[in-house]
Design a protein around this ligand. Structure first.
Ligand SMILES: [Zn+2]
Length: 138
């Protein structure tokens, strides 16, 4: 086994963490292209996890990058047409209603992180199922 010398591995570059959904269609590339490298935490529904029984798990995952180096920004992300949101019982009859519903969840998640992870900027992001910024949002 020929492993590289650990001393040659690059240091952590990201100063932000992004909590997003596990959806297989959801690409990280649009985020990284626009905002740079980020630690990535994936839980079903993304920021939804901060508003249900998975809250402590989500906070623990967000705190790991903070333990590894300076953490400036926590991104909370959700996407349109999310199966986890549907499974959680949310029902939206139109795109605008879905958009408003997801933004309300993001606002609740933001309050949770503000209390649990002081001293970081919190930003929210609503995206399409493929990870691009959702039109007309934020
Ligand atoms: Zn999803």
């Amino acid at each position: 086994l020929n492993l590289p010398d650990p001393g040659t591995w690059p240091p952590h570059a990201a100063r932000q963490v992004r909590l997003t959904c596990i959806d297989d269609r959801l690409s990280s590339a649009p985020f990284v292209a626009r905002h740079g490298p980020a630690y990535e935490v994936r839980l079903a529904g993304g920021a939804l996890a901060l508003t249900d029984e998975r809250r402590d798990v989500a906070i623990r995952e967000i705190l790991v990058p903070k333990a590894l180096g300076p953490l400036e920004t926590v991104w909370l992300e959700m996407h349109l047409a999310c199966g986890a949101v549907d499974l959680a019982g949310y029902r939206f009859s139109a795109l605008e209603e879905e958009r408003q519903g997801l933004l309300a969840i993001l606002r609740r998640a933001e309050i949770v992180v503000r209390d649990a992870v002081p001293g970081v900027m919190i930003r929210t992001r609503l995206v399409t199922p493929t990870g691009d910024d959702a039109p007309g949002v934020l």
